[in-house]
Design a binder for this molecule. Structure first.
Ligand code: GTP
Ligand code: MG
Length: 354
């Protein structure tokens, strides 16, 4: 509360801890904090890592695009993901086996696409902060019968800030009340202008229910990915992001990670934020045991000594000792931040005690 009071104070609004503030002010603050909290934890480490990450162009090979689906509540993100999952060969082969992880690989026209399941708006906010590098393309879902809504706008802003390519999927076109042109008009205000209107944004009218347009959407994703020339070096130590992690009573720490560079193997020493360990076992998005995972591949791993936070960077290390050092540095870094936070709280109290 003290941080919020301070923030408002600096804006010239003097409030007390138990005072009610209006919705708009609360929203403004909440958005700022999303940005601040998530970013600070990750950024230093990422920056540190990127420094030594200049890659030799000759070692880079094509990798699948990583795509997230976002949009306003109830516009059909989950339905669209389901439709995509069921129209692809791998999905059918899996025979409806429950997805173990919030990320999965779809194959279209012989090419792979990695989808990160970001149901609900808040999850996407976190996802965005997992670094622009975690996602290449965002599918912006807008319901044709509802049009652009507040969270649509927010999603656009997030995607733009992260520098992600946006493909618009106008969903629910099977509905009698669908109005595709209205959606195009509304999105034009946000500089998302369809190609047939002289712009450069790809719009695909779809229906998650009838599956109309799904194949075209996948095609457009592949086309966009082709233009982006997404590449990574698979022959180096693995590096990527933690998508989600939890403690399982039997298995211990279970983390879903997205490999971004290099290849992660069973037996590799690894550090993920504050956690470290040795990869004991890996499972792919179809629940199959795998021995290795390359660029753009999401896998569930066992073997970490602790549960890392979503969004933290993971790195493959040469030795377990190196992994432990990395985790300890990370923990120390975050302690400094906590102290900093406490300090600013103190100074605020001082401010009000005067
Ligand atoms: P949140 O996760 O809550 O943000 O919602 P969501 O965007 O994932 O939407 P969801 O897929 O849960 O769909 C919301 C509602 O819209 C459900 O009742 C779906 O059946 C319906 N719906 C989704 N896609 C279509 C579509 O193409 N056509 C029609 N007619 N209804 C759809
Ligand atoms: Mg959903």
């Amino acid at each position: 509360p003290s941080v919020i009071v301070k923030k408002l104070f600096l804006q010239g609004k003097v409030v007390t801890v138990n005072q009610e503030i209006d919705y708009d002010t609360a929203e403004e603050i909440a958005m700022e904090f999303d940005v601040l909290c998530e970013k600070e934890v990750v950024v230093d480490v990422i920056e540190e890592l990127l420094k030594e990450d200049e890659e030799d162009e000759s070692k880079m090979v094509k990798r699948p695009p990583v795509v997230c689906v976002m949009g306003h509540v109830d516009h059909g993100k989950t339905s669209l993901l389901d439709a995509i999952r069921h129209t692809n060969v791998i999905g059918r082969e899996a025979g409806g086996i429950t997805q173990h992880i919030g990320a999965y690989v779809v194959e279209a026209k012989g090419e792979k696409i990695t989808f990160l399941d970001t149901p609900g708006h808040e999850a996407f906010t976190a996802m965005r902060m997992r670094g622009a590098s975690s996602t290449d393309i965002a599918i912006l879902v807008v319901a044709a019968d509802d049009g652009v809504m507040p969270q649509t706008v927010e999603a656009i802003n997030h995607a733009k800030a992260a520098g992600i390519e946006i493909i618009v999927a106008i969903n629910k076109i099977d509905k009698p009340s669908a109005n595709i042109d209205r959606v195009k008009q509304e999105l034009a205000e946000y500089e998302l202008i369809p190609e047939d209107w002289g712009g450069s944004t790809i719009f695909v009218p779809v229906s998650a229910h009838t599956k109309e347009g799904i194949a075209e959407l996948l095609e457009m994703i592949l086309l966009t990915a082709e233009v982006m020339e997404l590449k990574a070096n698979p022959n180096r130590e693995a590096r990527g992001l933690v998508i989600e992690a939890e403690l399982d009573k039997g298995k211990g720490s279970v983390a879903t990670v997205l490999v971004q560079k290099g290849t992660l193997h069973v037996g590799d020493a690894i550090a993920a934020g504050s956690a470290h360990g040795k990869v004991r076992a890996m499972t792919d998005d179809k629940g199959r045991r795998v021995k290795e995972a390359g660029p753009s591949q999401p896998v569930e791993i066992l073997g970490l000594n602790d549960v890392p936070n979503a969004g933290e960077v993971f790195v493959g290390c040469d030795t377990e000792k190196e992994a432990r050092n990395f985790a300890e540095t990370f923990i120390a870094q975050n302690k400094v931040k906590l102290l900093d936070d406490t300090k600013s709280k103190m100074s605020l109290d001082d401010l009000f005690n005067q």
